[in-house]
Design a protein around this ligand. Structure first.
Ligand code: SAH
Ligand code: SF4
Length: 364
């Protein structure tokens, strides 16, 4: 009866199931949970896409044959590459991946100083509407499932294995398309799998979740003791400055956001990375820098300055070099770490959501 029900329901992604979820499925089919590790290892560590070809022990092999594949209970997430673009220095590769419903997301592999980082997406589009961001300009389409998040990491790993033998993926950042803390459950579920040492095994301290400032979710991360790094995109040091760039700042005001960051730092003892996209005449003045220093007093902070990548829907321009240097000087003089984000690979439209936006423009 259960078998009948399962085959009648819509197929589900095997990548959506965590280790325990897979164990539960095997148990439900009368297969010993001892086989979970082998299946998990093939799926998550080796990124296997052809499970039927594997030399599993007979009970697991039979389960895979019966339940996984076209027209069966489970499928694997493997979004095909629609386009690959490499930066001229070869250090950045950007992939447009097509999801099952046709949505296109971006996944980026960056390799600086022999360290490889995957920059992945958490949503198709984004609901937060930041005025300078190409993804924000597209609007929200939908959340990604855990399997669609994990599949991006497996994709990057496959590329490294194929083209960069002996290298491994070290870091993971949610700085692609979407707001990860707006898709909290799927992102946390995916991260549990991604950091599992029996599978992909990226250390939690090498994983960063970047948020525009979803206050309740920041507090939840702290309360749940999630072991990942937090990056907060600030971009403004008073409410007026910030909400002119980030409309959702009206929902989660700057004062509440800073209070949440303070609580996060206190509970976790971790330093917070604050992202600051420098925009000429908007948020690059010495006055703003001084106010920022005041705002972050008592929070263990690192400020990451990001030059604006111009986008079609926003008329602003990047801060001039002199203003950017002065901004950095003021912050450093107050004893706060402040660096410029490397933007090698800007020639592949490194800004979030930009490549997809460019393609759309070309298509219309
Ligand atoms: N939604 C999350 C993560 C994705 S955006 C967030 O906003 O933090 C990742 C980073 O890229 C953010 O700091 C964002 O402000 C920045 N960003 C987006 N568009 C940009 C642009 N056009 N130029 C420079 N930085 C941009
Ligand atoms: Fe969304 Fe981040 Fe872009 Fe803002 S900057 S619209 S939160 S992806």
């Amino acid at each position: 009866m259960q078998g009948l029900l399962m085959s009648e329901s819509a197929p589900r992604s095997l990548h959506d199931l965590g280790f325990d979820g897979i164990a539960a499925e095997l148990t439900a089919s009368g297969v010993s949970t001892h086989h979970t590790k082998a299946l998990w290892r093939a799926l998550q560590r080796e990124g296997e896409l052809d499970l039927a070809s594997r030399d599993f022990l007979p009970p697991l092999k039979a389960w895979v044959e019966k339940h996984v594949g076209h027209g069966k209970d489970f499928f694997l997430d493997d979004p095909p590459i629609v386009e690959e673009i490499r930066s001229s220095d070869g250090l950045t590769r950007k992939y447009l991946l097509k999801l099952n419903d046709g949505q296109i997301i971006e996944t980026v592999l960056m390799g600086y100083d022999g360290r490889y980082t995957a920059c992945i997406s958490s949503q198709a589009g984004c609901a937060m509407g930041c005025v300078f961001c190409a993804t924000g300009q597209m609007g929200f389409v939908r959340h990604l499932r855990p399997g669609e998040i994990i599949a991006q990491v497996l994709h990057v790993q496959r590329i490294i294995r194929r083209d960069l033998p002996g290298k491994r993926l070290r870091n993971l950042v949610f700085m692609g398309m979407g707001e990860p803390l707006h898709n909290y459950d799927s992102v946390m579920h995916a991260l549990q799998a991604i950091s599992d040492v029996r599978g992909i095994g990226i250390g939690p301290s090498f994983i960063s979740v970047s948020t525009v400032g979803v206050v309740p979710a920041i507090l939840r991360m702290a309360e749940e003791q999630r072991p990942y790094n937090l990056a907060v995109s600030l971009h403004g040091s008073n409410e007026e400055e910030r909400s002119s760039l980030i409309p959702v700042s009206r929902k989660w005001p700057l004062a509440d956001l800073v209070a949440a960051c303070r609580a996060y730092g206190r509970i976790t003892g971790r330093r917070i990375l604050f992202g600051w996209t420098l925009i000429a005449g908007k948020n690059d003045s010495a006055e703003t820098a001084h106010r920022l220093v005041e705002l972050l007093k008592g929070i263990d902070s690192h400020i990451n300055l990001i030059p604006l990548n111009p986008t079609g829907g926003f008329a602003g321009s990047p801060a001039a070099t002199a203003a950017a240097r002065e901004f950095q000087r003021i912050i450093r003089a107050a004893g706060i770490a402040c660096t410029f984000r490397q933007r090698r690979g800007i020639d592949v439209a490194a800004g979030c959501g930009q490549l997809k936006a460019d393609r759309r423009k070309l298509a219309s």
